[in-house]
Design a protein around this ligand. Structure first.
Ligand SMILES: [Zn+2]
Length: 315
């Protein structure tokens, strides 16, 4: 019994020795294979998992400190894009409304808006590179909600940003006009066109032709009437673009209550409706505004015939 046990023990030890040796040889084999470059596949797999390096706050601006140090997969967001990261505003829910006929179907006033909206305007392409013929703002008794740029008959009028064509039709005032809803949330209107070159619901890129320069509608002389709107509310084009260089002021357009404060100025305007027997002198007496000022505000002279029903601005 004792001898048998001894023999068994020796055989077990021997077997264990062979096993250990085999393991060592295998390791050596792995080492040799590595040296010969046969482990290339494994090496590549290892390389695709870069070391975790917490980003600096500057590199990750716009994100909380917690996100920087506890983000388990920092390689998902490349640092290069994160450096220029701006949290652009989401498109408002009201843009669920899609009308092929109404310029402002949203019915929302942004006067005194509480939020700040950030819009990406870096992809701007000038619709016309010619000079301004009439600026945004008060025009005697009316407000001009866009900017007029010179075009010659048949000049290509180009789309300002990527987007989708919403309206292509003719109107007494705008003549042949196009409205585009842009991917950045703005809408643009191109008026007095000679010819429309796009169709409703068509996807369009910045710089693509929307139409040809014209003089249709209520227009004197060939020009492009260009409007920028957000949720139907016109924005002063000079807030977005420098019309001397035809470049955007900044790649990010910030909209806030100040952007739409001009509407309060418009609301302050009061009109006197001309009645039978009214003269400028009588209107001046009744409103407390001098005849000269009435003439200036309304672009008329002391001898202009006042048609009954005409609105005379007096503030
Ligand atoms: Zn105009």
């Amino acid at each position: 019994m004792t001898l048998k046990r001894l023999i068994t023990a020796i055989m077990l030890l021997f077997a264990a020795g062979i096993y250990t040796d085999a393991c060592a040889q295998k390791k050596l084999g792995t080492g040799i294979r590595k040296l010969l470059g046969m482990e290339k596949k494994n090496a590549q797999t290892e390389l695709s998992y870069p070391e975790f390096k917490p980003l600096s706050y500057q590199e990750y601006c716009g994100t909380s400190i917690e996100d920087i140090f506890y983000n388990p997969n920092p390689e998902i967001i490349p640092i290069s894009t994160e450096r220029n990261f701006t949290d652009f505003s989401d498109l408002p829910d009201e843009y669920d409304i899609w009308s092929n006929s109404t310029i402002n179907p949203y019915g929302i006033s942004l006067v005194g808006m509480k939020d700040t909206i950030k819009i990406d305007v870096k992809g701007y392409c000038p619709p016309s590179v010619k000079h301004v013929t009439s600026d945004w703002g008060f025009r005697k008794w009316k407000f001009h909600y866009g900017i007029d740029l010179k075009v010659h008959r048949g000049d290509t009028v180009r789309c300002a940003f990527d987007g989708t064509v919403r309206i292509t039709r003719r109107d007494r005032g705008y003549g042949y006009f196009v409205v585009v809803r842009h991917d950045n949330g703005l809408e643009t209107l191109y008026g007095h066109l000679n010819k429309i070159l796009v169709k409703n619901d068509q996807k369009i890129k910045a710089g693509q032709a929307v139409g040809m320069g014209g003089n249709t509608g209520r227009s004197t002389g060939y020009h492009l009437h260009l409007e920028f709107r957000y949720l139907g509310n016109p924005i002063n084009p000079n807030d977005i673009v420098n019309f001397e260089t035809h470049e955007v002021h900044k790649p990010v357009l910030v909209l806030n209550a100040r952007t739409f404060a001009y509407k309060q100025e418009i609301d302050k305007i009061r009109y006197w409706t001309v009645r039978k027997g009214d003269t400028l002198g009588r209107i001046a007496y009744r409103t407390g505004v001098s005849v000269n000022k009435l003439c200036k505000l309304n672009g008329i002279t002391k001898t202009t015939v006042l048609r009954i029903g005409r609105k005379i601005r007096y503030t």
